[in-house]
Design a protein around this ligand. Structure first.
Ligand code: 6GU
Length: 232
């Protein structure tokens, strides 16, 4: 899977792309990430990339000239372009699965008040938000999107089962996990986990998942119940 990030702040990505599973996957060549600095494509000697909005109003708008040049320099034919924006469609599991079917994805990191609409009309396939709150820049969201997509690439995860059993695959949150010691500060690991009865463990975990989801994510729980009733 190839990612291209088009951004005003290339330094932002330095450490995250070296760390953890994502860092390891890049090192191993399973995933690649190219960073393109919009400022390198500015069209004046002050490296200007933003300007005042036509019609007035607060904030600055990313200019179409530098953005189109930056995108043309990096996006391959057939690649999808995502723009991060608090006004985009909310990222969820289904969307991650859909996006991860692409071999190459370019993420344009939105900034300031926004991006000239003509760039969106001409280049952008998906406008994506990662939640109902405002971030100071699209770079935070870009990392979230890349991580969520990259972990679906075969070979990214060390344990093949981790993908199948994870939260959201079936609208249920994860069951609680325990490791040694069996007693910690007066709190004991649930008896069923110590017994070695795998069927009983599975039943207990499923019950915990239902209970947790019902309590903290009634929206997901409703969907889970609907799917169960429909026998999906
Ligand atoms: Cl993609 N960008 C910004 N600036 N804020 C956000 C967001 C994106 N998603 C949620 N909030």
């Amino acid at each position: 899977m190839r990612f291209k990030i088009v951004t005003l702040f290339p330094d932002f990505f330095e450490s995250p792309l070296k760390s953890g599973l994502l860092g390891r996957a890049i090192e191993a060549g399973i995933v690649s990430v190219d960073i393109v600095n919009i400022r390198h494509f500015s069209e004046d000697r002050y490296n200007k990339c933003d300007d005042y909005p036509y019609g007035g109003g607060a904030g600055m708008v990313l200019m179409p000239g530098p953005l189109s040049k930056a995108l043309d320099s990096t996006v391959s034919a057939g690649a999808r372009v995502i723009m991060t924006s608090p006004g985009g469609r909310l990222l969820d599991h289904e969307m991650v699965v859909e996006l991860a079917k692409n071999d190459e994805v370019c993420i344009l990191c939105g900034h300031y008040e926004g991006v000239d609409q003509r760039i969106i009309d001409r280049y952008v396939d998906y406008e994506v938000s990662i939640g109902d709150y405002v971030l100071s820049g699209g770079e935070y969201a870009a990392l979230v999107i890349i991580d969520a997509m990259a972990r679906r690439v075969p070979g990214f995860m060390s344990n093949a089962e981790s993908l199948a059993e994870e939260s959201f695959e079936d609208d249920l949150l994860e069951y609680p996990h325990y490791t040694r010691p069996s007693s910690f500060q007066g709190m004991d690991v649930p008896e069923v986990l110590l017994g070695g009865d795998h069927a009983a463990v599975s039943r207990w975990r499923h019950g915990e998942r239902e209970e947790k989801t019902r309590k903290v994510r009634p929206d997901l729980y409703k969907r889970y119940l609907m799917r169960k009733i429909l026998g999906e």
